[in-house]
Design a protein around this ligand. Structure first.
Ligand SMILES: Nc1ncnc2c1ncn2[C@@H]1O[C@H](COP(=O)(O)OP(=O)(O)OP(=O)(O)O)[C@@H](O)[C@H]1O
Ligand SMILES: [Mg+2]
Length: 369
């Protein structure tokens, strides 16, 4: 998948940006605060979800702008396919509602996943393995989504049913068992789909990681675990999941939340070479594991969908020593697909092989070079 054109209107510090990009590597360089991460964030909004900062939509409107914001891209979704026009943004009349257009027609946010898969690594993710389970779960779900665009829809419906069940339990514990049962049937239907997709994604990814040479990036061993830390091996069945929710109504009502189910699962990672839990590894080791994970995942997606996800690697180059940096560029250029990289120094990208689109960003303006 390749973004051949990207344009932003009133998106964060960019009043109006219009840039073209080729397949292969795209290097964005500029000083701190120039607007590099903002460009990656705009691209991340062209996939389902809340983007790489998970920021409120209204926050993305350029300070001082009177309207909403718009992000537009022309995307080649696969070899031999005509470009598709993806657009998203908000309008001042509905600042909380994300609008999506595909080839000019209004579409659901989840439909973006049919055309574009985007994966990112940002400095904020340096703490992914040590922070709360929620962020790891969202990270895992993005990996799943890149393989299976329907994952977003299952996720939204599961969340909606979870909220409705929570409200019902809070309002009238023990009441309306039929309504509860119907919500739990929805939770079971979408929950099993989510669970199966996560397990099969992790299986494919683990096989890919095992087949790849670990060096120069560390290999993680990945498992899905439940809220108690026990490995999840067999997928949930619809009946078992429905029974789980039905059996925990009183506990969940008392806790004020659903205390068990796929929404509580977590991604566990172990540094293969040392056997240490990722959370106990050095910052550099954790970053290297994330990098090899993302690269292997790109191979999984290429195998399954016939096209690679667009990779957004924010400030990844600066944190690698020159030999690992060269290995990363070599790998990215060799595998095809498009990867956007940012850095404060143009020189970081000097050694990039293959076709490279280079942009310099300064004061919200973008120029080639
Ligand atoms: N809604 C907004 N309107 C205007 N400017 C904004 C808005 N939101 C963020 N900014 C500003 O945009 C600027 C660029 O941010 P960005 O994170 O893209 O910088 P960067 O080039 O990635 O810098 P760094 O190298 O430090 O990571 C920052 O000064 C930030 O405060
Ligand atoms: Mg940045």
């Amino acid at each position: 998948m390749t973004l051949i054109r990207l344009s932003l209107t009133d998106f964060r510090n960019h009043a109006g940006v219009d840039l073209g990009a080729g397949p292969g590597l795209v290097a964005l360089h500029g000083d701190n605060g120039a607007g590099k991460t903002n460009i990656l964030e705009a691209i991340s909004l062209l996939a389902p979800g809340r983007g790489l900062r998970r920021a409120p939509l209204a926050e993305m409107v350029r300070d001082g702008a009177s309207g909403g914001f718009a992000v537009f891209a022309e995307v080649l979704a696969g070899e031999g396919l005509a470009p598709v026009a993806l657009g998203t943004g908000i309008e001042p009349a509905h600042p909380g509602r994300r609008l999506v257009r595909i080839n000019g027609s209004p579409a659901a946010t989840t439909a973006l996943g049919d055309w574009l898969a985007v994966l990112w690594l940002t400095p904020a993710m340096d703490r992914l393995f040590v922070e709360s389970a929620g962020n790891r779960r969202r990270f895992l779900d993005r990996l799943v989504l890149a393989l299976d665009p329907r994952h977003a829809q299952h996720g939204n419906r599961y969340e909606a049913a979870l909220r409705a069940r929570g409200k019902l339990l809070a309002g009238q514990p023990g009441a309306d068992p039929q309504w509860l049962a119907s919500l739990e049937a929805q939770l079971a239907e979408h929950g099993t789909a989510i669970d199966a997709a996560r397990l099969s994604t992790l299986a494919a990814l683990s096989a890919e990681l095992a087949a790849q040479p670990g060096a120069p990036f560390a290999r993680p061993l990945l498992t899905l675990i439940d809220a108690e830390g026990a490995p999840r091996t067999a997928p949930w069945t619809v009946d078992a999941l429905r029974a789980l929710f039905a059996g925990r109504r009183r506990i969940d009502a008392a806790a004020g939340r659903a205390t068990a189910g796929p929404h509580r699962d977590d991604l566990s990672a172990i540094h293969a070479a040392s056997g240490r839990a990722a959370a106990r590894c050095s910052t550099g080791e954790q970053k290297a594991m994330l990098l090899s994970l993302i690269l292997a995942h790109s191979d999984c997606v290429a195998r399954a969908r016939g096209a690679r996800p667009v990779l957004l690697l924010d400030e990844v180059a600066a944190h690698l020593d020159p030999s690992r940096r060269a290995a990363l560029y070599e790998r990215l250029a060799g595998q095809g697909g498009q990867a956007w990289l940012t850095g404060t120094e143009a020189a970081l990208f000097d050694a990039m092989p293959g076709p490279v689109t280079r942009y310099r960003i300064a004061g919200g303006r973008i120029s080639a070079g």
